[in-house]
Ligand binder design. Structure first.
Ligand SMILES: Cc1cc2nc3c(=O)[nH]c(=O)nc-3n(C[C@H](O)[C@H](O)[C@H](O)COP(=O)(O)OP(=O)(O)OC[C@H]3O[C@@H](n4cnc5c(N)ncnc54)[C@H](O)[C@@H]3O)c2cc1C
Length: 468
């Protein structure tokens, strides 16, 4: 009997899971293990909504594995130590896993290499998280791309890996003990955000619904936060409840049969998937973006409230932004949507991020941490990329002089105020037009709603001066 371990990480599914399928094909028995991190609530990136989603995904994964004859083993601790012990307990001859491009995942993989050498077992790492990773997409000169458009052009030219089927059966040795499935209590967290349904089946259903209609109007509706015009797949790609190969292949198939207008919409959607891979490769090549600005000449900017990110409590302005009490309706709507659901629409993410950095001049890293704690789709590479884009400090970032005006952004993307009114009930009776322009000096938009905490025009000048 040959036994192998499959180490689940950001691949919480049984369909088209590269490493799991390889382990199941090559060994009589597979020990599928998920290792619960020891991160506790104090960690600046740890928050209830994403961990609640993770718990649901693990529950669903456990049931899916059982249906195939296997059993999910849960352990807690540092992955290298846990895996070492598990190899000794199971006499496994190999560990299979899908590679993680972030620096923490990579460091763990390096430690595991040493352990595998000491134990005399084989490691089988696989590409799975992206269609193209690491050094697959490079400039003609062999260096990584720093600009998105040429990266996307080169990415599109490469052949794409095809998805595979779900594993048909799995046998897990019966004597291996497992901890119970984690709950929020495991990390000493509490939370009540109304998150989307977790798990592989729910993710596939979301993809199906999107491909049935919204994808064909993606170009016009994706920027309207009041509409359901985007796929809502980010948490699924983040946790691997869907493979990127399955998403891409289904889009490509839809495009084959579609008229030109629909093909254009599908192409624009695929472009967003490329942004995801662009930021994954940025983090792979430049992991230091997690510690400071990508652009070297931005590293001495005089941000206000420039405190170490390990400290969660910031200045008062930052806290008002976190609570969604800035007096800027579109900003407050976004921050409250995030608190209530663990999600924020992409257009609004850009608006609130620019507001924090360019209107309040707060260091982007604090916003990055707040997002990581509250987003169900919180993903290190895309989140850092989005924040450094908005702060004008990243790869291919928004130019520092192109500062979005929250009032005109509301007018353009939420002209009826439907999104604002959904999330800021104090403003339900305010005419939509008034939500798109600063109120008269000293006059609040509604009785229980604060005055704008800053004058956008003035703070815009301050930001421009700071960058100059
Ligand atoms: C400040 C800021 C922080 C962000 N933080 C995250 C994060 O932590 N995790 C995350 O997945 N996305 C993040 N994004 C990107 C984007 O906002 C979300 O991916 C998107 O809103 C998810 O909704 P959706 O699945 O309906 O997107 P869709 O519009 O349907 O897009 C499809 C998929 O493409 C990817 N994608 C779309 N836009 C981007 C983008 N700009 N950058 C990278 N990938 C993208 C996502 O995987 C998404 O699920 C951030 C953007 C900004 C501006």
């Amino acid at each position: 009997m040959s036994t192998a371990i499959h180490w689940f990480r950001r691949d919480l599914r049984i369909t088209d899971n590269t490493a799991l399928a390889a382990a199941a094909a090559a060994h009589d028995q597979v020990v599928p293990v998920y290792i619960v991190s020891e991160w506790k609530a104090e960690h600046r990136w740890c928050g209830a909504p994403r961990q609640a989603f993770l718990c649901g995904c693990l529950d669903s994964l456990a049931r899916n594995l059982e249906a195939k004859g296997g059993r999910l083993i849960i352990r807690q601790g540092r992955a290298d130590a846990v895996l070492k012990k598990l190899v000794q307990q199971t006499e496994a001859e190999a560990i299979y896993f899908n590679r993680d491009p972030d620096p923490f995942g990579r460091a763990m993989e390096e430690r595991l290499t040493k352990i595998a050498r000491d134990l005399g077992i084989r490691l089988h790492p696989y590409k799975d998280i992206a269609l193209h990773e690491r050094n697959e997409v490079l400039t003609g000169g062999g260096s990584p791309f720093k600009v998105f458009t040429p990266y996307a052009k080169a990415w599109l030219k490469l052949d794409k890996p095809e998805p595979t089927r779900a594993i048909s059966k799995l046998s897990t040795p019966p004597h291996i003990a497992s901890d119970p499935l984690p709950t929020l209590h495991t990390w000493k967290l509490v939370g009540e955000a109304a998150i989307l349904e977790p798990g592989e089946a729910a993710a596939r259903k979301r993809l199906g619904c999107f491909l049935d209609g919204p994808i064909f109007h993606y170009q016009t509706r994706r920027d309207l936060p009041a509409e359901e015009g985007t796929s809502r797949l980010s948490q699924d790609l983040r946790h691997g409840t869907l493979s990127i190969r399955e998403v891409y292949a289904k889009c490509a198939r839809a495009a084959e049969k579609a008229p030109a207008a629909h093909q254009r919409n599908i192409g624009i959607f695929i472009n967003e998937l490329i942004w995801r891979e662009f930021y994954l490769q940025v983090l792979w090549h430049w992991p230091q973006v997690l510690d400071h600005e990508f652009q070297e000449d931005c590293r001495r900017l005089k941000w206000r409230d420039y405190w170490r990110p390990e400290k969660k409590d910031g200045g008062q302005d930052y806290q008002r932004w976190c609570r969604g009490e800035t007096g800027f309706p579109i900003v407050d709507a976004g921050m409250r949507q995030l608190a209530a659901t663990g999600f924020m629409h992409n257009r609004v993410r850009m608006i609130v991020a620019m507001f924090l950095t360019k209107d309040l001049h707060v260091w982007w890293m604090h916003g990055e941490s707040w997002f990581m704690r509250h987003l169900v789709d919180g993903e290190i590479a895309s989140n850092n990329g989005g924040w450094q884009w908005s702060a004008s400090t990243g790869t291919d970032a928004a130019p520092y002089f192109r500062i979005q005006n929250p009032w005109s952004q509301s007018k353009r993307f939420d002209p009826e105020g439907a999104y604002i009114k959904r999330w800021v009930p104090e403003l339900r009776d305010v005419p939509a037009g008034q939500l798109c322009a600063p109120p008269k000096e000293g006059e609040a938009l509604a009785r229980d709603y604060p005055l704008p905490m800053v004058d956008h025009a003035r703070e815009r000048d301050v930001a421009l001066e700071m960058f100059r």
